[in-house]
Ligand binder design. Structure first.
Ligand code: ZN
Length: 157
């Protein structure tokens, strides 16, 4: 297993859209293993492939028990009810911001064994899914700031 280099803001790869994974081969499995190792070492709660320079729709999410990989994840449903909580990102180290996200989500993905899985998550895990899936679409948590938060952020307060 290798520790990968985590791309930091404003690296342009973080703004790009990732592509669906076609075949889950040995390279995919190696990448997933490396991503888990990299996330654990950085003490992150989630990691998306573009953060290690790979534009593929793969995320790692620290669930209650362990970090798990999700391939081609899609949000099927998300609660209309939202909550605002502090969040960080390994690509913007040291920055903690309050971001409004849905309280729960239902996600469909493929696991490492090429099986289709459906997960319901709430609270922190739901937040991680939303944050990581955003990365696959080139969206960073700073892009989710409200107008007033953005104003404060630009002023450096
Ligand atoms: Zn992030």
């Amino acid at each position: 297993m290798n520790i990968l280099d985590i791309k930091k803001y404003p690296d342009s790869i973080l703004k790009k859209k990732s592509l669906e994974v076609g075949e889950i081969d040995d390279n995919t499995k190696t990448l997933i293993g490396d991503m888990i190792e990299t996330m654990e070492k950085a003490k992150g709660l989630g990691l998306a492939a573009p953060q290690v320079g790979v534009l593929k729709r793969i995320i790692i999410v620290r669930t209650e028990k362990e970090p798990l990989p999700f391939i081609n994840p899609k949000i099927l449903k998300m609660s209309r009810e939202k909550e605002k909580k502090e969040e960080g990102c390994l690509s913007l180290p040291g920055l903690r911001l309050e971001i409004k996200r849905s309280k729960w989500v239902e996600v469909e993905a493929i696991n490492e064994n090429k099986e289709k899985v459906q997960i319901s998550a709430d609270g922190l895990v739901a937040r991680i899914f939303q944050h990581e899936i955003d990365h696959l679409n080139g969206v960073l948590f700073v892009d989710r700031l409200s107008f007033f938060q953005r104003l404060k952020f630009k002023l450096g307060l």
